[in-house]
Design a binder for this molecule. Structure first.
Ligand code: 3HC
Length: 311
């Protein structure tokens, strides 16, 4: 690439300017953004499945309506992000093919099963809580369309987190069985939620370049630490115990010290060996095939409209 163009690009990014679709950008910048934004979109769409499992089992009409609104929001976030990725020259079909062929990833967190209603509370509280930690800084990511998509997503994410925490408050203050269910959900969702922030910084191949090009504003470990520091007091308020015997407040650093993530499990789930990975991919392929007629109808309608306009 032309060194002068690269220098001008790096100066724009360093000056905190937004890079827009028609601006010159290094191919590596384009490539890593298509990678991250499309995988972010896949995560939103696949993320509808674990919660969708409880739409027909919600304990009240209110809980069902709130969960329905959240699942619909996630679908919207996915479509928003696919559109942001398309401004970089990729197509919906290419991104969907990459997901279905296993070439593209989605967040490991969505490969865990939702076994009880308390899981829906833990997902809103912890998974959307972690997503907020990661997505708030992305509102200032250097690529304009991605940053603007995040502004809308973050507003809805806050509602997702609050409704989940409200479920956990209700259960933690309910019967002993309900409190036990809430603790069981925390036990099963705590460590997979920490894995959402990615590998530790020294094992993260993309972080250095993403920080330099201000795609990321914080590193994986920085965001993970912030998430732990904010979430542990929330668990204490619930009267629940975080499943980490090494968790301890470190006054000197003004944050918690905590145990090591099980990176064996992390990389196994990234490789597609997660408990519900097979079902998730089957469900996505089926949804895509079942929806073919809608895509064909929309294309036929568009062709007729274009023919009429041309006549
Ligand atoms: N699950 C699956 N893959 C993961 C992962 C996870 N939890 N964490 C990291 N990876 C992958 C990365 O994608 C990368 O693989 P790739 O090069 O093939 O894409 C590899 O592991 C190494 O990780 P890096 O840290 O080097 O990669 P990144 O710099 O891209 O950092 C990330 C990973 C922090 C997830 C970053 O991509 C990111 O911030 N993405 C945008 C946010 C996002 O996707 N969040 C996922 C959840 S979305 C969600 O929760 C929606 C909510 O509404 C429920």
């Amino acid at each position: 690439e032309d060194p002068a163009l690269l220098e001008a690009f790096e100066a724009r990014v360093a000056a905190d300017e937004f890079i827009e679709p028609k601006d010159w950008m290094p191919e590596a910048y384009r490539r890593t953004l298509v990678r991250q934004i499309s995988q972010h979109a896949h995560s939103e769409i696949v993320g509808m499945l674990p919660e969708g499992n409880w739409l027909t089992r919600a304990p009240s009409l209110r809980r069902k309506a709130v969960l329905l609104a959240k699942v619909q929001d996630e679908g919207g976030h996915g479509l928003y992000l696919y559109c942001a990725a398309e401004t970089l020259g990729t197509s919906r079909e290419q991104m969907i093919e990459a997901l279905h062929s296993g070439k593209a990833k989605y967040s490991t967190i969505f490969n865990y099963p939702t076994l009880t209603w308390a899981d829906i509370g833990a997902i809103g509280w912890l998974v959307d809580g972690a997503a907020i930690m990661n997505q708030v800084p992305l509102q200032r990511t250097s690529y304009g369309p991605y940053a603007r998509a995040m502004v809308r997503v973050c507003k809805e994410e806050s509602f997702h987190q609050r409704q989940g925490y409200e479920i956990m408050i209700a259960m933690a203050n309910g019967t002993p069985e309900q409190k036990a269910m809430a603790q069981d959900a925390l036990n099963r969702w705590w460590w997979p939620s920490l894995m959402m922030f990615g590998p530790s910084d020294e094992n993260s191949p993309n972080t250095a370049q993403s920080m330099r090009w201000r795609i990321k504003r914080d590193t994986n470990d920085e965001l993970r630490q912030k998430f732990v520091d904010i979430t542990v007091p929330q668990a204490e308020f619930l009267g629940l115990t975080v499943p980490d015997p090494d968790l301890v407040w470190n006054e000197a650093k003004g944050g918690y010290d905590f145990g090591e993530v099980d990176w064996e499990e992390f990389y196994a789930v990234v490789r597609g060996e997660g408990p519900a990975a097979k079902e998730r991919m089957e469900a996505r392929r089926k949804a895509w095939d079942d929806g073919a007629w809608v895509r064909e109808a929309a294309l036929a309608h568009e062709a007729k409209r274009a023919a009429r306009a041309a006549a």
